[in-house]
Design a protein around this ligand. Structure first.
Ligand code: B3K
Ligand code: ZN
Length: 910
């Protein structure tokens, strides 16, 4: 970790099969916080498929980090020809097939990286993906080496009453000196990154379910005893996930037991270890008092995601880490579909076929929002890479929006091209061919191609091409001929440096389109050469050339095109809509995604003009037509509250800044504030009415319907807090804060009070609520995270900049840099989610950022590298900010030690 030399670059093209294979692994742990001993007995043999030069090697190279060597034996006899080095261990003079026993120790108590074996709240946990197993024992720690594991855990019985590992429990019992043991066996071959153990004082919510084929399964959600009252939702989500995978993909749980364990110190969301998923508490624990609607939805999505990995990732895994999207893109797609089906009522007995399309669309909109805000930005910066990267320095830096979210869009395009049934045929063939193996993205593509009788050679470019494609659309209507020509061109924008460098030729883009008549209804879609128009009024055009024209015939009137319906491909569409046309689409498009999209285009266009004026000191003005277009949606009772909330939510400041020629966070903030205040003041009566109408009296329910009502109601409250006169907002928010029976309403009320306080009124009410919130939830770390985050993302005033508040909170007794959730709640929230304050002209935000990256680098390189990324788009900012950001990056570059952070800052400055 503390290399000073430039770390090596790992390249996809250099892949070679391993020289040896490992068939079985027997691990014995003597767990103790400061010194855990691991005895690892492996059966190895030469790999018949290894390259010929490897066949002659008489030594074995194993990876290992931060381990102390104790002893080695081959076939039970001590073996002296062993050399331990910084990156692992070399065993000389090995036979063709043998049993190797290695004994070593590690120090879990001192392990602040949260990779490998570590201690959290006095309990033991592991995290092995991507390369943490080598911090537990020496191994061929690469995903194409798959073995079956038997694990024996020994520990003090009082301190560690629960001992868990992957698979099935074989036996457990007492040992002398107050110790006990448990022995686990995982019958499935797996790569080392899926190994896990947990030991400590934990309790479980248990449930037994019968799988599709009639086998009984034990499900457990393990938590610390005081959290048992927050496990029901995770358990329900797990049961729904199991049912959904059986129904939609015919995939059953393959173990007798499936465990989820929650831990409060965790680098990411959760981990799909075979049969023993380990989760950040944030994605397990929920009850109405402590968790918001968003938390409930996220828990369902993450529980689903990790469960779905059991087939897409575990049964079929990745040959090497360049193939990461093989499991991640596919599993994100699966969790998105699961959540969409759940929102559409798939879990209810009387669910209609396919469920409610509008509910599915809201989920789609939320996912696309994230993709465009985060992945498009990644693609425009120095970390841009294809879904299947070509090289990396530190693999943990490549668990990215591109690999996950764009990867999911790439998988979704197969379904868009072949339909649900065709996609299912491809999945079935994929498992038939590759179950139990470590494979590549090409293998998945070939399964989709072969199952559907298609040549998908061109589709490969989606995996190898970096950058966000741009599709430029032009149209022409010939009234006399009743023909409508749609011409599509594909290319890359100015900012897409990476794309221009790697350009491989045109992509196969499934481009969904509809045509809308003057009455707002869809027109029939008959393409030239077709005998008649198909029944569907959305068509997926297969756009495969750099430029292509599609001619619709029999078009009775000049249509308005609805382009890229349901966001059928991860591209930017450029088309010169007028403001009136966008308002029309916002009011009428039959594709709910594109209705929302029209509103976003309208708002973005308006906001960018306002930002430009703000940057150049010109007065800000707004066209009333924009306000009335939004007012119509807000008051359209045929639309679900959830949809109206999304439609009235303006594009984020970060997204808008990224659309400017030179990102100017202060100007964007002023522009967005101006529009919010205009919408607040002009629609005050509507907001008040919406607020009243969307109350959810009675017991809290985390249903999509109730969550939608709360979402719209709380959006109304947030707009009311923007009024010139905030007295209504302060009154409503104070009352809501005091009477709330759930965290969604309480946190929204607190946030509205903070907003109102920033404009000068109700500062006392805000402070009172903040103090009350802390006292009330002092014992709930996840809620205290919200308390920090709300303060870090608040608006701030010239007299009270948020950086001062953040610096003060860094010294709060509840702050702890070693806990990733806490670091994220305060530091990441400020640096990543409060652009106007973070990018303060005096550079105070950047100085703070540099300090925190350096401090985290010494504790936890993975978390530090994530924080380091918040400055990567520095070149795109105004000259004054750019210069200060460069200096902060240089300061960090000079001081950091981990290859994680170095890869990020060096690429940024590169
Ligand atoms: N596979 C893990 C992520 C591991 C990240 C390692 N740095 C969780 C997930 O995607 O399901
Ligand atoms: Zn995943």
């Amino acid at each position: 970790m503390a290399d000073t030399a430039t770390p090596p670059v790992i390249r996809r093209a250099d892949y070679t099969a391993p020289a040896f294979l490992i068939d079985t692994v027997a691990l014995e742990f003597d767990l103790a916080p400061e010194r855990t001993t691991i005895r690892n007995t492996m059966r190895l043999r030469r790999n018949p498929d290894a390259a010929s030069n490897a066949v002659r090697e008489t030594h074995l190279e194993l990876m290992g980090e931060q381990l102390d060597f104790v002893s080695a034996a081959i076939d039970g006899k001590p073996h002296a020809a062993v050399r331990v080095h910084e990156h692992g261990l070399t065993v000389e003079n090995v036979p063709d097939a043998f049993e190797l026993t290695l004994v070593g120790t590690c120090n879990p108590a001192e392990n602040t990286t949260l990779s490998g074996l570590y201690v959290s709240s006095g309990n033991f946990f592991t995290q092995c993906e991507a390369e943490g197993f080598r911090r537990i024992t020496w191994f061929l720690d690469r995903p194409d080496v798959m073995a079956t594991y038997t694990v024996t855990l020994r520990a003090d019985k009082d301190a560690y009453p629960v001992l868990l590992s992957n698979g099935n429990l074989l036996e457990q019992g007492d040992l002398p000196d107050g110790r006990h043991f448990a022995r686990w066996e995982d019958p499935f071959r797996k790569p080392s990154y899926l190994f896990a153990l947990v030991a400590g004082k934990l309790v479980a919510l248990e449930e037994r379910v019968t799988s599709g084929s009639g086998k009984e399964k034990l499900l457990q959600v393990w938590v610390e005893p005081h959290d048992l009252d927050k496990t029901r939702h995770a358990m329900d989500s797990l049961i729904h996930s199991i049912r959904w995978d059986e129904r939609r993909f015919g995939l059953e749980l393959d173990l007798d037991r499936f465990m989820i364990v929650a831990v409060s110190d965790f680098n990411m969301g959760a981990m799909e270890n075979k049969g023993l998923n380990i989760f950040n508490t944030k994605y397990v624990l929920a009850n109405p008092e402590t968790a918001t609607d968003t938390d409930f939805a996220n828990i369902e999505a993450v529980v689903g995601h990790e469960y779905f990995h059991n087939w897409t990732g575990n049964r079929v895994t990745c040959r090497d880490w360049f193939q990461l999207s093989l499991k991640e893109g596919l599993t994100v797609f699966r969790d998105q579909e699961f959540s969409a089906d759940m929102a559409a009522g798939a879990h209810q007995q009387n669910s209609k076929n396919g469920g409610d399309e509008a509910a599915r669309a809201t989920k789609r909109i939320e996912d696309v929002r994230v993709l465009r805000q985060m992945q498009f930005a990644e693609d425009a910066g120095p970390m841009a890479h294809p879904v299947r990267p070509e090289s990396y320095v530190e693999i943990n830096n490549f668990y990215t929006m591109t690999v996950y979210e764009k990867g999911s869009e790439v998988v979704r395009m197969y379904q868009t091209l072949f339909g649900r049934d065709g996609f299912r045929r491809g999945m079935d063939l994929y498992f038939k061919r590759h179950d139990g193996h470590a494979v590549t993205c090409d293998d998945f593509r070939m399964a989709m191609a072969d199952a559907n009788g298609r040549d998908l050679a061109q589709f490969e470019r989606w995996y190898s091409q970096a950058g966000t494609p741009r599709v430029t659309v032009s149209t022409a209507y010939d009234a006399a001929q009743r023909r409508y020509r749609v011409t599509l061109k594909q290319g890359y924008g100015e900012s897409s440096q990476a794309a221009r460098e790697t350009q491989k030729g045109p992509l196969l883009i499934p481009f969904a389109i509809g045509l809308i008549g003057a009455d707002g209804k869809d027109l029939p879609l008959r393409l030239e050469g077709e005998a008649q128009a198909p029944a569907a009024t959305t068509r997926v055009l297969e756009f495969t050339d750099s430029e292509q024209t599609f001619t619709f015939v029999d078009v009775a009137e000049k249509p308005l095109p609805s382009l890229l319906r349901n966001f059928s491909a991860p591209v930017i569409v450029e088309y010169d809509y007028s403001g009136d046309e966008l308002a029309f689409l916002l009011a009428h498009d039959s594709d709910p995604f594109n209705r929302w999209e029209a509103g976003q285009r309208l708002a973005t266009r308006e906001l960018l003009t306002l930002a430009d004026h703000a940057a150049n000191g010109k007065p800000l003005q707004l066209d009333d037509a924009v306000v009335s277009a939004f007012a119509r949606v807000l008051n359209d009772a045929t639309l679900s509250p959830a949809f109206r909330e999304l439609a009235l939510m303006l594009p984020s400041e970060a997204y808008l800044a990224e659309q400017m020629d030179e990102s100017n966070p202060a100007a964007v903030h002023r522009a967005r504030q101006f529009l919010r205040q205009r919408l607040a003041n002009a629609l005050k009566r509507d907001w008040l009415a919406i607020y009243d109408k969307h109350q959810t009296p009675g017991a809290y329910q985390a249903t999509p319907e109730d969550a939608g009502r709360r979402g719209l109601k709380n959006l109304a409250l947030a707009y009311l807090a923007e009024l010139d006169d905030t007295s209504d907002a302060v009154r409503l928010a104070s009352a809501q804060y005091a009477s709330a029976n759930n965290m969604t309403d309480r946190a929204a009320a607190l946030s509205a009070l903070l907003t109102a306080a920033a404009s000068g009124t109700g500062a006392g009410d805000a402070q009172h609520a903040l103090d009350d919130f802390y006292r009330r939830f002092e014992k709930e770390p996840l809620v205290i995270d919200k308390w920090f985050a709300l303060q870090a993302t608040q608006r701030g005033t010239p007299q009270r900049p948020v950086i001062d508040i953040v610096r003060r909170l860094m010294t709060h007794p509840a702050f702890n840099l070693k806990n990733p959730n806490r670091a994220r709640s305060l530091i990441f929230s400020f640096c990543g989610a409060n652009p106007a304050q973070f990018h303060a002209e005096d550079g105070s935000g950047y100085a703070f950022w540099a300090e925190q990256v350096i401090a985290l680098d010494a504790l936890n390189p993975q978390v530090a590298a994530r924080l380091a990324r918040t400055l990567e788009l520095w070149r795109r900012f105004t000259p004054a900010l750019r210069e200060q950001m460069r200096r902060a990056l240089e300061k960090v570059t000079a001081q950091v030690k981990s290859r994680d952070v170095r890869e990020i800052v060096e690429k940024a400055l590169g």
